[in-house]
Design a protein around this ligand. Sequence first.
Ligand SMILES: Nc1ncnc2c1ncn2[C@@H]1O[C@H](COP(=O)(O)OP(=O)(O)O)[C@@H](O)[C@H]1O
Ligand SMILES: [Mg+2]
Length: 376
Amino acid sequence: MPELYIGLMSGTSLDGIDCALVDFNGEKAHLVGFEYQPFQTNIQDLIQKLSKPDALISLKEYGTMDAQLGRLFAETVNSLLAKVSISAAAVQAIGSHGLTIYHAPDAEFPFSLQIGDPNIIAEQTSITTVADFRRRDIAAQGQGAPLVPAFHRAIFHDSTEFRCIVNIGGIANITVLPKHQSEKVIGFDTGPGNTLMDLWIKQQKNLSYDKNGAWAQTGRINHDLVSLLKQDVYFDTPPPKSTGKEYFSLPWIYQHFDPLNYKAEDIQASLCFLTAITICEAIKKHAPATERILICGGGIHNDYLLELIRQHSTCPVESTEQYGAHPDHVEAMAFAWLARQTLNNLPGNLKEVTGALNAAILGGIYPARPLGSLFI
Ligand SMILES: Nc1ncnc2c1ncn2[C@@H]1O[C@H](COP(=O)(O)OP(=O)(O)O)[C@@H](O)[C@H]1O
Ligand SMILES: [Mg+2]
């Protein structure tokens, strides 16, 4: 009997919605279907506006975006189910990450805010929806992030090989998986993934990302500039730690240097190198025994970034694809897995990763409409 769950993920890159239908019946998670729904530019612009630190937005705009995203998430689920001809009744639950508009785990009153109303998702899909995963970990004094390491352990752990999983979304995060299950799993955000490169090419060329790293490759890495950027306090802060695009932002670039003093393509090359080197150095420092690095997330499509990571790693660097999950599917699959944990009353966080005081059952549950006359 299949055990089907859906994961909905929309990360800091604001590129779109990833939706994975996963079967957990069997030893490892098995992908049954996948749908990607890119955001239209007007939605991207609105979310950008909403998620700027100190954004001046009205409660009406906030509520509207919450509802609008809830609908988009539900539509993505429904179109995936139609594509694979599977009925909603066959799916146990949806795990919806939501869209992060502000992540402030180190504030005086720590919080992390994801939107995309799960009431709407449950109502419009007729599937029980689990959402709001991060705030429970924060309530337990954790960072609320990263939450994918427990899933990475479940599918990528190997008792014969010390592995490090690197997810390169807007922000990059790593999960360190020692051979022995008894050894501590470490995981944290290393810093920028694609976000600074995306922001820079948007500002300079009005493109949403640097396809295959082609523009960066026309520039030259300025190592003095990279050294300057690497002095940022985040990189040397010991884990547990997490960050967001409200920190690694366009103002972050301007705070550190004056772009007028450099060629725009050299800045892009240097930002690409910064992402690569901060990932590699984090692995060398916190997981020196790593025997294989497995990459997932959109950053894997940036050939130049991958080349730089390979150049600065001491072990093979590969895609997660040959190891159980396509790199574009991993994060959405993780949220399907997290929903399953929650419905089974099992924790979703790793307290050694997030720094929470305790393991916690994450998320709020928004039940599907039960079948029966009262609810017709
Ligand atoms: N062909 C490509 N070349 C370079 N970068 C790419 C390519 N495809 C995707 N990306 C990068 O991946 C990002 C999306 O990655 P994703 O894992 O979805 O991040 P998030 O989880 O933050 O949404 C894009 O914003 C872009 O920077
Ligand atoms: Mg994405």
